[in-house]
Write a protein that binds this ligand. Structure first.
Ligand SMILES: [Zn+2]
Ligand SMILES: [Zn+2]
Length: 897
């Protein structure tokens, strides 16, 4: 079933699918385009072509068809007041970071706000009916068009008009009626100007008719009536029919203003300011024909550069006009658009990075910087952010709260880009041919080099039109998790005792058992989920290995023989383990909120892991944590513990919880059930969470951060312990640091002693040396140093075995004496701790025959150790202190040989 087939079928029966009361009442005629055969409805009897093929396409540029002029802010106020007047609830926009859907990073349409995925089904949850919402949507597929085409944005406001046809809502007739009145009454557009084109919509197993409405070739909105499911030969009406009318607010503003581009009327005062700042002469007599041509040509050519070339040719612009007006204007538009998108995304907690949705944000920031460099535009990004937020907060007051955070993130990210320039230059200088699209993707993916940078460096002249679409495909949707299929059909949901009385011992009936798996009618064993590790314990006599949840059924994996189905088994939960895990789980919430308060609003839980004796929390943050930040986070966490704040758990309807607490509740990811369990620590931290928690923060006792690490771009891991584990950790750390302190003290003392001894040796050696050299014959002993002159004909021997002297002394004295007497052999033996050491010097003359090294080797052996050295100096030692005299005798005999 494809769209074309559905359209053919529906258009064959317009009475049933497209004709609405309005068409009857106003006398709309149904026509078929004489170029493309598309069916459309019009009040203009001369109109024979659909909006895509009409002559008046884009003729509103320079000549708006409305009696009123509204900019972006005012346009929303008009739309809002119209729908509110017509019994709609106006709700605030949802975040642009789509936390409630697993398959989307960013909110791409207003209807996404209300879609919740449950299993493989998408359900709709409306906080009001009917409603209207100014939903900021992010789309990155057409990035290369932004700034160039006059109407493409990386983010835009989708006016969402949504209704469920029940006692409060309405269906097709009322919807089209409202949209028509909005255009004619509120915006003052002549009835004849409005064309409705027949179309269809199909997706996620359902489909329906739609009516797109156009004014002068510009599609302003599309009312989709999601009505059927099944296939074309056999379909039935959905239980929950939905009106999904999405209209582009930027286009509403544009059609009333008739400016050359939509950019000129949608960003507020910043556009004129930057145009002036850049010195661009934005003469509308040049711009109006040029951008009208661009708009018309966009439908004709696939390739944007072709569109541009053609428009230049048709309007006869000179190179001078291109280079000094069009090109810099495109740059200004791009910069403003991209910054606006970054303002929304960062405010809603996304960070530029090289993973996930962060990719798109980083690429936009790099496009901004490259564009400024290429065009030599010197803009102050902080100022642009300020002026934009000042303007945007008329519609989105919440952006005021994150003004400084947006500036901080953009400044960090810009700095990072600047510092990677040198590396990028090197890579680019090695490119030997013009890169293809695949090469461009690789260059960006592996080196962060954007095509804008290559353009800036004159490596490429145009960015291939498929680049951003391809990149976006790679990064738009998140990977779906694999689900293991177990034979659980017909098994009822497990009663979860841990959400109630949470007993440590209980009896339960075996509903199903197979392989090593057991399903009970009720369980107090917590199943692995939300980063919380499963409980341990026993089912009967069997140890539990793992516990997983499949839908609402808890499956226990056990060791040994599985119990028979129908049997009642007694179960015991390992309470100590559970308590440890529970403390760690509450601690992750405490650390999360502490980290946000210390670091900034962009901190979200990225993922978490809670075991019995340790845990970790990965948060979104742009840089590695400093020691100071870690200390502050730990202090903030422990002060929450000290304040003894009750941890409250309540169940809410999901929609109510979202409206009451906002999307901050989705720290742990998507909640796939209608009723959410809200865990709140006062008003400090409120999260949707299915885990086990202590009842008061004081139960956690203490939190200790043991390690932090930047684990990927934009994500920091905080490893910590809590409760008794934290106490033990602190105690051990204290012991470690005490013994380390002791060791260091000893080392220091030893060092001081050596300095002292060196000083002493320096003073005493000359005196003792003098006394020894004054001895003229025989054997003399001075201060425990013995000198034996003429041991043999040629050799004098000086030695000491006194422990009064140390290595410093012996080395000093030996050297002095041997220098004075080339016939001398000097030997110092002394005890040092458990060991005995020896130092030998040999005078010049003797060293020709007797080696100090040989002597030390021999003595060391006697002493039960080893040693060695050169001919003139050697040292060694051993452990046998009783062999001192033997050692001296040995030296004597060696030198006598
Ligand atoms: Zn047509
Ligand atoms: Zn949690």
């Amino acid at each position: 079933m494809n769209k074309k087939e559905i359209l053919e079928k529906f258009s064959a029966d317009p009475q049933r699918y497209y004709n609405v009361n309005l068409f009857e009442d106003q006398g709309f005629e149904r026509r078929s385009c004489n170029t493309c055969n598309r069916f459309f409805w019009t009040l203009d009897s001369e109109r024979v072509k659909c909006p895509d093929h009409s002559d008046d396409t884009y003729s509103f540029i320079g000549d708006p068809p409305t009696s009123k002029r509204f900019d972006y802010t005012q346009s929303w106020k008009e739309v809002e007041s119209f729908f509110v007047k017509n019994n709609h609830t106006s709700i605030n926009r949802y975040p642009v970071v789509c936390r409630w859907r697993d398959d989307l990073y960013f909110t791409i349409a207003s209807i996404v706000d209300f879609q919740r995925v449950m299993g493989s089904k998408v359900v709709f949850e409306f906080p009001a009916n009917p409603l209207v919402v100014p939903q900021t949507c992010l789309r990155f597929k057409d990035l290369e068009n932004v700034g160039v085409t006059g109407r493409h944005f990386s983010s835009f406001c989708m006016i969402g008009q949504h209704s469920i046809p029940n006692e409060n809502g309405y269906w097709k007739d009322e919807c089209v009626n409202l949209d028509f009145n909005l255009l004619t009454q509120q915006f003052g557009i002549a009835k004849k100007e409005i064309t409705f084109v027949e179309d269809v919509w199909e997706g996620g197993g359902s489909f329906g008719s739609s009516l797109e409405y156009f004014v002068r070739g510009l599609e302003l909105g599309n009312a989709v009536f999601t009505e059927f499911q099944g296939d074309l030969s056999n379909y039935k009406t959905l239980d929950q029919r939905i009106i999904d009318m999405g209209a582009g607010l930027e286009r509403f503003a544009w059609i009333t203003m008739g400016t050359p581009t939509a950019y000129d009327c949608c960003f507020g005062p910043i556009t004129q300011k930057l145009i002036q700042n850049a010195g661009i002469d934005s003469d509308s007599s040049v711009l109006i024909p040029y951008f009208t041509e661009i708009a018309k040509n966009l439908e004709l050519y696939e390739d944007l550069s072709q569109v541009r070339k053609n428009a230049i040719k048709t309007t006869g612009l000179s190179d001078e006009q291109i280079n000094h007006i069009i090109t810099p204007l495109e740059g200004v538009y791009l910069i403003i658009d991209h910054i606006r998108t970054l303002i929304f995304a960062i405010s809603d907690g996304a960070l530029p990075s090289n993973v996930g949705g962060g990719y798109n944000l980083r690429i936009m920031l790099r496009r901004i910087v490259s564009t400024m460099n290429r065009l030599k535009l010197k803009f102050d990004l902080d100022e642009i952010i300020d002026i934009q937020i000042d303007y945007l907060k008329n519609t989105y007051p919440e952006l005021e709260n994150t003004r400084e955070d947006v500036k901080e993130i953009i400044s960090i990210e810009t700095g990072r880009y600047d510092s990677s320039k040198q590396r990028m230059q090197k890579i680019v200088s090695k490119l030997d041919k013009e890169p293809r699209v695949e090469d461009l993707i690789t260059l960006y993916e592996s080196d962060g080099i954007t095509p804008e940078y290559l353009k800036e460096m004159n490596v490429i002249s145009e960015i291939p039109s498929t680049f951003y679409a391809k990149l976006s495909d790679l990064h738009q949707s998140k990977k779906q998790k694999d689900q293991v299929n177990l034979p659980l059909e017909g098994v009822p949901d497990t009663e979860l005792l841990f959400y109630g009385e949470d007993p440590r011992e209980f009896d339960a009936k075996v509903l199903k058992s197979f392989d090593s798996f057991v399903v009970l009618d009720k369980t107090a064993f917590y199943a692995r989920g939300g980063g919380q590790e499963p409980d341990h314990g026993k089912i009967g006599d069997n140890d539990i290995i793992d516990i997983t949840k499949h839908g609402n059924i808890v499956v226990h994996e056990i060791k040994g023989e599985i119990p028979k189905e129908g049997k009642t088994v007694s179960c015991i939960v390992d309470g100590k383990r559970r308590d440890g895990i529970t403390k760690n789980h509450t601690s992750t919430h405490i650390i999360n909120t502490s980290a946000r308060s210390v670091l900034g609003s962009w901190v979200w839980q990225h993922s978490a892991f809670k075991e019995e004796d340790h845990a970790r929390l990965d948060i979104t943050h742009h840089s590695a944590l400093t020691d100071d930040e870690v200390v502050k986070i730990e202090q903030a966490a422990n002060s929450i513990i000290e304040k003894s704040i009750p941890v409250k758990i309540e169940n809410f309807d999901r929609g109510t919880a979202e409206q009451k607490y906002g999307f901050r509740i989705y720290q742990g990811g998507v909640v796939p059930v209608k009723s959410v369990r809200i865990v709140s620590i006062g008003d400090l931290d409120i999260e949707a969470c299915g885990g086990t928690h202590v009842t008061n923060t004081s139960d956690v006792k203490e939190i200790k951060i043991i390690k932090t690490k930047r684990i990927q771009d934009g994500v920091v891991r905080i490893e910590f312990v809590s409760g008794d584990s934290a106490k033990e950790f602190v105690k051990k750390k204290q012991q470690d640091s005490e013994s380390k302190e002791k060791e260091e003290k000893l080392k220091k003392e030893e060092k001081e002693k050596r300095v002292e001894r060196r000083q002493l040796a320096k003073e005493r050696i000359p005196i003792i040396a003098k006394s020894l050299s004054d001895c003229k014959q025989g054997i003399s002993t001075i201060e425990n140093i013995t000198i034996e002159l003429s041991v043999s004909d040629k050799v004098n021997f000086c030695y000491s075995t006194s422990n009064d002297y140390d290595d410093i002394f012996h080395i000093g004295l030996g050297e002095v004496l041997c220098k004075a007497d080339p016939k001398l052999v000097y030997c110092g033996l002394f005890e040092q701790g458990e060991k005995i050491r020896v130092i030998v010097y040999v005078g010049d003359e003797i060293s020709k025959e007797k080696s100090a090294g040989e002597i030390v080797k021999s003595i060391s052996q006697i002493l039960g150790g080893a040693g060695g050295g050169s001919h003139k100096f050697a040292q060694g030692g051993g452990v046998d202190k009783s062999k001192k005299e033997d050692a001296i005798k040995n030296v004597k005999s060696m030198i006598n040989e």
